[in-house]
Write a protein that binds this ligand. Structure first.
Ligand code: HPA
Length: 277
């Protein structure tokens, strides 16, 4: 049975502090959940307490919605995400994103672990995503369109908001961090790619590859959220280095990148908030 957004909001409002009015939400992927530990006055809601949300089973994922303040700005942190390779339903993914819009958020910061196809952008470094290639075998908007959420056809030209990228770049410059820029190609997973796939993706114009981000960004754009995405490079993509790709390895390098993101994201949130008032 499918759940309605008013039902979801009823549950969320029971848990959230009264009058809490977030404008920014973020999705924290594998090994990146520690950003939420900097929040003050936060309350957490387990995903399994939210109607329509199931999943969040990968090691390194916390599976909690945290509502509180980051850099004195009210935010929602989604600690852990739903992956299609877990068997997550599209319905769950829709709730996952749309609830953020219904809570009043206007901006979505997406983070995630990726493998790099660019030799200059190595493990532990950050890449700001400026476009994507959807190589997952579906689109989360397939099926009857809910006009109250967004339009049937959605332009994806500015999916990664140029204005938000500029603010993110400013924050990175201030911290002295290199932000690579490039195109994210999403696979369904859960297998990592073969070297032949990576060679093909490189010819298509991919700079990094991962198993998430794209369905979330499609849903976010559909309901009018502005998106900025910074990926944590956890490994060189298959066939691009002698090291084997393992989930443990990705978590290890994810930690290095997470330390930078832990500083970068609050700076961005502060600058965005200043730019909005
Ligand atoms: N491929 C796909 N997803 C990933 C990778 C990768 O190499 N690294 C981290 N997530």
């Amino acid at each position: 049975m499918s759940v309605t957004m008013p039902e979801v909001m009823q549950v969320l409002n029971r848990h959230l502090p009264q009058g809490f009015s977030p404008k920014v939400a973020m999705i924290l992927g594998s090994g990146l959940s520690s950003i939420a530990e900097q929040m003050t006055g936060s309350v957490s809601i387990p995903y399994n307490a939210i109607p329509g949300l199931h999943g969040g089973t990968v090691a390194g994922h916390a599976s909690l919605m945290a509502a509180g303040h980051l850099a004195n700005v009210p935010v929602i942190c989604m600690r852990g995400r739903l992956h299609m390779y877990e068997g997550t339903s599209i319905e769950s993914l829709r709730v996952f994103i749309r609830q953020l819009k219904h809570l009043g958020c206007q901006t979505l910061i997406v983070t995630g672990a990726v493998g790099s196809l660019v030799p200059e952008a190595g493990p532990g470094e950050l890449m700001m995503i400026n476009d994507h290639i959807n190589f997952q075998p579906f689109n989360p908007l397939v099926g009857p369109n809910d006009e109250s959420e967004g339009p049937r056809f959605v332009g994806m030209e500015d999916a990664y908001d140029p204005g938000l990228q500029e603010i993110m770049q400013g924050a990175a410059n201030r911290l002295g961090y290199t932000l690579h820029r490039g195109v994210y190609l999403s696979t369904m997973g859960p297998t990592f790619e073969t070297p032949a796939e990576i060679r093909a993706f490189k010819r298509w114009g991919a700079d990094v590859v991962g198993m998430s981000v794209v369905p979330e960004v499609i849903l976010a754009r559909h309901c009018g959220l502005r998106v900025v995405c910074v990926a944590a490079i956890t490994n060189a993509a298959a066939g691009m280095s002698h090291e084997r790709i393992t989930h443990d390895g990705t978590l290890q390098y994810g930690e290095l990148a997470a330390r930078k993101l832990t500083k970068l994201i609050p700076e961005f949130v502060k600058d965005l908030n200043d730019a909005m008032v």
